[in-house]
Design a protein around this ligand. Structure first.
Ligand SMILES: [Zn+2]
Length: 320
């Protein structure tokens, strides 16, 4: 994929203003070399790596992703099932279902970003694989999608660490960050970056787990209650928020991880979990407020704001 083409191929992102993740200066793009324009910056002489034709715009002096990850291969530290056609992915969907909440929120996100701009520029953080329910984001020709992740895939245009997004401030219309914030060391720093790169009134959509077990080994750090998630996005005006999955899905994850802890093995524990697939329908019967206290995951859809939510209004937020 040409690095100047947006991820969904809708338009050419020549006006995309990228910057050095270390010093913030502009970048010098040559066909086989991307470096920093600031001669005093380490990335002026020591160019950024390229993997599968995509620049790796990571400040290696301040990240948990070492440069050596990109010297061979595409930077992925796990085997990724990009098509979701593998046995494990299919068993996961059979037990846990799809993500209708994200699909509905995706439609609203697209509608609102298009209201602000004819062909909105949307950044996907952690978009190496299409998130469950996010398909419309990728199939909509009316959106200029910039897919990013810490490994290269057909769905990414460039690689970056979300703690230091390589985009100029106020240049993006929307940011989609689904199932990512649990995998970053400093979620508040990442959300501050999302706030920085968005235009005034730009939109953010985030989905983050609450009651969910460790799922990317060494790269899994944090969980959020619905209120904690709202506080993380306190410099955003809320459009919508709620649970992505309820206590029943959380219970299904617990059953599988109990089986794993008992030594059942990855595939066998997923197969045994199939016997309990019916549990997920109990989420449909739950009281929404009570369910939020034990949700598998939460979401937040909001608009960039200069005002900040007060701590006291956060208490009211919990009461609904
Ligand atoms: Zn630099």
């Amino acid at each position: 994929m040409d690095r100047w083409t947006s991820t969904n191929g809708s338009s050419v992102a020549q006006n995309l203003t990228l910057r050095c993740p270390s010093c913030g200066a502009g970048l010098n793009f040559l066909p086989d070399r991307v470096s920093c324009l600031n001669e005093t910056c380490i990335y002026s002489a020591d160019a950024f790596p390229l993997v599968e034709g995509q620049p790796v715009l990571i400040d290696f002096a301040d990240t948990i992703f070492p440069r050596s990850n990109y010297e061979q291969g595409n930077g992925a530290v796990f085997r990724r099932d990009l098509s979701r056609a593998g046995l494990r992915s299919r068993l996961h969907v059979l037990v846990n279902g799809t993500n209708p909440v994200a699909a509905k929120n995706c439609e609203l996100f697209l509608k609102l970003t298009k209201k602000e701009r004819k062909c909105p520029r949307v950044l996907v953080v952690g978009g190496g694989a299409i998130g469950l329910g996010a398909d419309k984001l990728y199939s909509d020709p009316g959106v200029e999608l910039i897919g990013t992740d810490v490994y290269a895939s057909p769905y990414t245009s460039l690689l970056c660490d979300a703690h230091k997004l390589p985009f100029e401030s106020g240049t993006l219309d929307g940011v989609w960050i689904q199932a990512v914030l649990e995998h970053v060391l400093d979620p508040a720093a990442v959300v501050a970056e999302v706030h920085r790169v968005l235009k005034p009134n730009g939109l953010v959509y985030a989905e983050t787990p609450f009651i969910q077990q460790v799922h990317e080994r060494a790269y899994d750090f944090t969980r959020f209650t619905k209120s904690g998630h709202r506080w993380l996005f306190r410099r955003f005006e809320e459009i919508s928020s709620g649970t992505v999955t309820g206590p029943a899905i959380a219970l299904l994850w617990s059953i599988r991880y109990l089986l794993l802890a008992l030594g059942a093995g990855k595939i066998f524990s997923r197969v045994i979990s199939l016997l309990f697939f019916w549990i997920r329908y109990l989420d449909l019967l739950c009281n929404p407020k009570q369910a939020a206290d034990a949700a598998g995951g939460v979401f937040f859809l909001g608009r960039r704001s200069e005002a900040e939510l007060s701590a006291l209004s956060l208490l009211k937020y919990y009461e609904g």
